[in-house]
Design a protein around this ligand. Structure first.
Ligand SMILES: NC(=O)c1ccc[n+]([C@@H]2O[C@H](COP(=O)([O-])OP(=O)(O)OC[C@H]3O[C@@H](n4cnc5c(N)ncnc54)[C@H](O)[C@@H]3O)[C@@H](O)[C@H]2O)c1
Ligand SMILES: [Zn+2]
Length: 280
């Protein structure tokens, strides 16, 4: 059996819980990159290691979703202050919903790439020794098969009451283009995207802090190191005097906090993550 076929069959056999279509998409995406990665340094993971993964917009770039550093502070052509802040919402909720409706459409039309699949594959092998924290609001990690994960900046396909009246967050895949289309909560306030905007507090921080405290390997993928608190996670992992974690960054350019990492692996996530992990 050719090496590539052999590797592909190993990947497929290790995925009993995935659907046939998920396996096919992933197998195609991974086979494009297997051969080019065999000679790179690998991240060694033993049975006692706990891996904390932080991802940012860069991991979805190869799926066709724009990061906002690419656009000099613009996200898909919009000024971030107008669409991703509470002030932007107060000033123009219609524009905010137009923006997130477009992001919903774009995300639904995109597919997970080899990097999303590589992280799901690692989780299949090490189970709850992997914890994934994403800053992304898209659902490409879930569609790639990740399970033990949190969206610290919220989720594109959920909406909630703008007045925080206590009504539950709802699943919502709709698009809203005009003010009169925006649905109202039972309390009379508008529904807003379930997104953590700039100036708001990220979600699940206690759990994230706990997972960083427990991890022995911290892997950061595709984030500029400019948005806090996520940019501080590598420092939190380094500050544990008893057992600092081994820390890795994967992306095509050095992040702002590059000096804090044990190792920087320069390259696109979809090319570097498949084949990166060496399970001991
Ligand atoms: N897909 C999404 O959900 C999405 C998209 C844009 C912005 N955002 C939000 O905006 C914030 C932006 O912060 P951020 O640091 O995540 O993104 P960012 O836009 O600030 O930075 C993107 C980073 O990705 C890197 N990158 C580009 N292509 C890559 C590739 N192929 N592989 C790996 N890395 C690549 C860039 O070098 C850069 O460092 C996040 O909080 C996020 O919530 C989300
Ligand atoms: Zn309400």
């Amino acid at each position: 059996m050719a090496r590539q076929e052999l590797l592909r069959s190993v990947f497929d056999q290790s995925l009993p819980r995935r659907s046939a279509s998920q396996r096919k998409l992933r197998s195609e995406a991974m086979s494009r990159h297997l051969i080019s990665n065999v000679s790179q340094d690998r991240v060694k993971i033993n049975a006692r290691d706990r891996v904390f993964v932080l991802t940012g917009a860069g991991i979805s770039a190869e799926s066709g979703l724009k990061t906002f550093r690419d656009g000099n502070g613009l996200w898909a052509g919009y000024r971030v202050e107008t669409v991703a802040t509470p002030e932007g919402w107060d000033a123009n909720p219609e524009l905010v919903w137009q923006f997130y409706s477009e992001r919903r459409r774009e995300s639904q039309a995109s597919h997970p790439n080899a990097a999303h699949y590589a992280l799901a594959e690692l989780e299949d092998k090490i189970g709850d020794h992997l914890f994934l924290c994403t800053q992304n609001v898209d659902d490409l990690h879930e569609r790639g098969g990740s399970r033990n994960m949190v969206h610290m900046h919220g989720e594109l396909f959920k909406s909630r009451c703008e007045a925080d009246c206590g009504a539950p967050v709802i699943e919502d895949r709709n698009g809203y283009r005009s003010l009169c289309e925006i649905p109202l909560c039972a309390c009379g306030a508008r529904l807003r995207p379930h997104i953590v905007w700039f100036g708001e507090i990220p979600l699940q921080m206690a759990r994230i802090q706990h997972e960083i405290d427990c991890c022995s390997i911290l892997l950061v993928v595709g984030t500029s190191g400019a948005v806090h608190p996520a940019a501080s996670f590598v420092h939190w992992a380094n500050m544990r005097a008893a057992s600092p974690a081994r820390t890795y960054y994967v992306g095509p350019e050095k992040p702002l906090n590059a000096n804090a990492f044990t190792q920087i692996i320069l390259g696109k996530a979809g090319e570097k993550l498949p084949g990166l992990f060496n399970l001991l």
